[in-house]
Design a protein around this ligand. Structure first.
Ligand SMILES: [Zn+2]
Length: 570
């Protein structure tokens, strides 16, 4: 019987049954879960024309673990010697065992294999996606692609893309309403700097290899999976976030996977199998779940540069805000002498600083303090060389009274901390150095702001920041960048332990300590090979010097610092 006739015959009953079924589905699992059938996808690195090797492998995998929905090829699909193998597919004598999608040429020799720049079928089951664009299958899966290698020339050669191609691809995708990202991005070159904040890419130097335009594209398109090749290397980067923590709502993470060439003799991975539910069909909460090993975005710097060129920096910006936390709400206002504090923070004593309950090494009035290390004394704060310092000019900013952390300071003390910071910044600049400042409010009774100078020609501020973030990651410490002008009291309540870094640019990194924290972390990062390369000085207990030597170092510091010391002029 004809199906339509059957429906006609059973009329109402059929329709009713259908309705019931739909309603039951909707009342059960969420609408998203209902349609979430994962697609099974294979991705492959440079094929270089070795079709037999590739498809042989695909057949073996499908034979063992079932059918896959598609095969995506990045890098060189054709090689210089592919003609004979290819002829059999082109003529239809052989057929690819899976719908295969490939990117275009990366060199002049293979350009002729791709007759139509807008994409076309090259052989049965083998499709050239095109120069650039978005491929969306009936499944709802969205695959953005960019063929070729980066070119500075305009117009770019047939095997290359230019800045204009990237801009046009970005514009067309980002202009779609509620654009959140794409499921998959396919490029042949690696994105430049993809290894930043990440696990090592082995022999590949991600700061030198790859395309900056591809990084820019990936930063904008936020692919859940990004595949690339051309480097004859396999690299699976730890997933990275696409949002700035504490500033933006969570978004899905991105995974970058570089694949080696088909049939390589060193057995590097060239085929990658995964399943994916199109993001358009996913439960939004499920989509933005952050895996344990997620890292900071490697293209952060790029995104920031882009923002800067969009919105010119306001020249009127208050320099005072460059320091510690945003002090604007305290600035210029003297606290009422009654000691009453407006706002919701705990009342602080204005005249008398808190007193320690036991002996303290850092209260200036206490007999335990090592006076010979003191190099400057202000009204509320003082400077002292660090005992067993990482460097001879490793200095501490300390409140004279017994305050536990920066969050607890009263506004006068904060003001003077700021003055000391700017004096030290200038002082170190005059010596060709930039400072790094950090505080560990954990297992510490008396606030110590560690100030460590790093020679300017040694590394950039960005290098210092990267080292802190990546070495934190290695120890499963989540060190987050917090907005430059944000108030730390919004992030850390008085009494909560934290670790905090401030760079000479005013950039800040923050970690809320929950549980254990390595006590020497800040110092270890600075001592590491990437920065000062003084591993033997990472532990201060092994750096203690004779008292006479300490005193001499303090004298030298005092003498050099004199022109910058506002406390002497007061
Ligand atoms: Zn104290």
């Amino acid at each position: 019987m004809h199906p339509e006739a059957a429906a006609e015959r059973f009329g109402r009953r059929t329709r009713k049954r259908g309705e019931v079924r739909v309603r039951r589905r909707l009342s059960g699992l969420s609408t998203f879960a209902m349609s979430a059938v994962p697609l099974r996808v294979l991705a492959c690195g440079d094929v270089e024309g070795r079709l037999e090797a590739l498809f042989g492998r695909v057949r073996a995998i499908q034979g063992k673990s079932g059918r896959f929905d598609m095969l995506l090829c990045v890098g060189n699909f054709f090689g210089s010697t592919s003609e004979t193998e290819w002829a059999e597919y082109r003529t239809g004598a052989k057929k690819a065992p899976i719908p295969t999608y490939v990117l275009g040429a990366n060199n002049q020799e293979t350009v002729h294999y791709f007759p139509d720049v807008s994409g076309c079928e090259l052989a049965e089951n083998i499709t050239y996606l095109g120069r650039r664009g978005l491929y969306s299958g009936t499944s709802g899966l969205q695959i953005a692609y960019l063929s070729g290698t980066e070119s500075q020339d305009e117009p770019a050669p047939a095997y290359s893309f230019s800045a204009k191609d990237v801009t046009e691809l970005k514009t067309s995708l980002l202009s779609t309403p509620n654009f959140k990202g794409v499921d998959i991005l396919l490029t042949s070159p690696w994105p430049r700097d993809v290894g930043t904040f990440a696990n090592s890419a082995g022999e590949i130097d991600t700061k030198k290899c790859g395309s900056k335009l591809v990084s820019d594209l990936a930063a904008s398109l936020k692919p859940r999976y990004h595949f690339a090749a051309l480097e004859k290397a396999y690299y699976e980067r730890l997933p990275y976030r696409n949002h700035t923590v504490l500033q933006e709502t969570p978004q899905h993470v991105s995974r970058f996977i570089a694949l080696a060439d088909v049939g390589n003799t060193s057995k590097k991975k060239y085929l990658y199998a995964f399943s994916i539910v199109p993001m358009s069909l996913m439960d939004p909460a499920e989509l933005v779940k952050q895996p344990q090993d997620v890292t900071e975005n490697p293209y952060q710097k790029l995104r920031k540069e882009a923002q800067k060129t969009k919105a010119p920096v306001c020249a009127e910006e208050e320099p005072a805000c460059q320091f510690f936390f945003d002090l604007s709400k305290h600035q210029g206002k003297k606290r009422p002498s009654s000691g009453k504090e407006s706002g919701n923070s705990q009342p602080k004593q204005a005249k008398k600083p808190p007193q320690p309950t036991g002996p303290c090494w850092f209260c200036l009035a206490s007999p335990e303090v090592e006076k010979h290390l003191v190099v400057s004394i202000g009204t509320h704060c003082y400077l002292a060389l660090a005992k067993g310092g990482l460097l001879p000019d490793h200095v501490l900013i300390l409140p004279i009274g017994h305050y536990q952390s920066v969050v607890d300071l009263s506004s006068e003390v904060v003001e003077e901390v700021t003055k000391y910071k700017s004096a030290l910044k200038e002082f170190f600049r005059s010596k060709g150095k930039r400072y790094v400042l950090f505080e560990r409010n954990y297992r510490s009774q008396h606030l110590q702001l560690q100030v460590i100078p790093v020679p300017l020609d040694h590394c950039t501020t960005e290098d210092i920041k990267e080292s802190f973030i990546s070495q934190a990651q290695e120890q499963q410490i989540e060190l987050l960048e917090i907005p430059e002008h944000s108030d730390i009291t919004q992030v850390a309540q008085p009494g909560t332990p934290y670790f905090y870094v401030e760079l000479d640019t005013g950039e800040k990194l923050f970690h809320r300590i929950r549980g254990r924290f390595p006590l020497h972390f800040g110092r270890e990062v600075l001592a590491s090979e990437a920065l000062l390369a003084l591993p033997q000085r990472a532990d201060w207990r092994r750096c203690e010097a004779e008292r006479a030597e300490e005193a001499a170092q303090a004298r030298a510091f005092r003498r050099d610092f004199q022109p910058f010391d506002f406390a002497l002029r007061a």
